[in-house]
Design a protein around this ligand. Structure first.
Ligand SMILES: Nc1ncnc2c1ncn2[C@@H]1O[C@H](COP(=O)(O)OP(=O)(O)O)[C@@H](O)[C@H]1O
Ligand SMILES: [Mg+2]
Length: 316
């Protein structure tokens, strides 16, 4: 868990590509021992942010420090204290996974015995045994992805950046990666993780920053984000497609913002005063002759938070 030392500090970061503003006034902190989840839809500015923080892309305006080192002024020193997954280019295709990992371990000056143990542990954990002695050029996309992630974990650096690390991983490797990330954080690593997967952010992150179109929309723990939404969701199952149509129309009159799912014959209605408004909804549904098979008032999920705060949600 977080020990309080700020490991990553981003202050008012801005980045444009020509006319495209990719990141706008973005600020956040990540502490040692903490997993910070940068959550956002495609094109939100996650990769651009990670690239700036890892010295791969110059910052237009704003500043950032990694364990107190200024990213713009001390890039070489910063590179020595960070790990980054997504550096597929750093893997040598003519070498085997084992040789690549050895090379990374030596680069980070990890003593021989420890290096051997760490590589053995990760190769087993990510089920790389059957291909670790083959040259990387022969790998499938998924095998290469696993090597890429493992390479970033070798050094157990003080600060680890993972840009959508589970994309392209099989379910088992994904779970192993989640566990490995949790263990590294417990040992004091600050992890900055980007993801489009809500479940992943919810499960892994101590704190979450939701960004969209380069702007921070909300931040806090998953529980805080759900509470801050100040709404419950009333779910109503109906018995036919025709009922669903009538139900949407009727409930919109007392509670706007209804979304419906024709597959599940389900209505989801955001309510700010759940217990009072849910009765009003049931009343108008009854008046409209809608046959209801089931209903429940539930707390919002991170999904609801995300959809409410990002443009994707606004279009629903
Ligand atoms: N090299 C680039 N040149 C021009 N525009 C880019 C470039 N990289 C990213 N962008 C744009 O910047 C925005 C943010 O992209 P990105 O940081 O990759 O988002 P994410 O990683 O969240 O999907 C998007 O609108 C994207 O199209
Ligand atoms: Mg990206």
């Amino acid at each position: 868990m977080a020990n309080g030392n700020v490991a990553v500090s981003a202050r008012n970061l801005n980045k444009s590509y020509g006319d495209t503003v990719a990141v706008r006034d973005l600020s956040f902190d990540a502490r040692a021992g903490e997993v910070m989840g940068l959550l956002g839809p495609n094109g939100a500015g996650k990769t651009t942010t990670i690239k700036m923080l890892t010295t791969l892309l110059p910052i237009d305006t704003g500043s950032a420090t990694i364990v107190g080192l200024d990213v713009a002024a001390q890039p070489d020193a910063v590179r020595r204290v960070i790990g980054l997954a997504g550096q597929a280019a750093a893997v040598d295709g003519k070498l085997t996974a084992h040789e690549n990992l050895e090379m990374f371990g030596r680069l980070y000056k990890i003593p021989r015995v420890e290096r051997k143990l760490r590589i053995g542990h990760l190769v087993e954990r990510f089920d790389m045994g059957e291909f670790a002695e083959r040259v990387v050029e022969t790998y499938s996309g998924g095998q290469r992805r696993r090597l890429d992630v493992v390479a970033s974990l070798i050094a157990a650096p003080p600060v680890l950046f993972l840009d959508e690390p589970t994309t392209g991983l099989d379910p088992r490797s994904r779970t192993e990666l989640w566990d490995e990330i949790g263990e590294l954080a417990e040992q004091g690593t600050a992890v900055v993780l980007t993801t489009q997967y809500l479940e992943e952010a919810d499960r892994l992150s101590d704190r979450i920053v939701i960004i969209d179109e380069g702007v921070v929309k909300a931040s806090g723990t998953s529980a805080e984000l759900k509470t801050d939404l100040e709404r419950d969701v009333f779910e109503v199952h109906v018995t036919s497609l025709e009922d669903l149509g009538r139900a949407v129309e009727a409930s919109e009159r007392v509670a706007p913002g209804v979304s419906s799912d024709t597959g599940d014959l389900l209505l989801q209605i955001p309510l700010t005063d759940g217990s009072r408004q849910s009765l009003a909804v049931l009343r108008v549904l009854d008046d409209a002759g809608v046959r209801v098979s089931d209903f429940q008032l539930r707390r919002p999920t991170l999904d609801d938070v995300f959809l409410t705060l990002t443009a994707t949600g606004g279009n629903r």
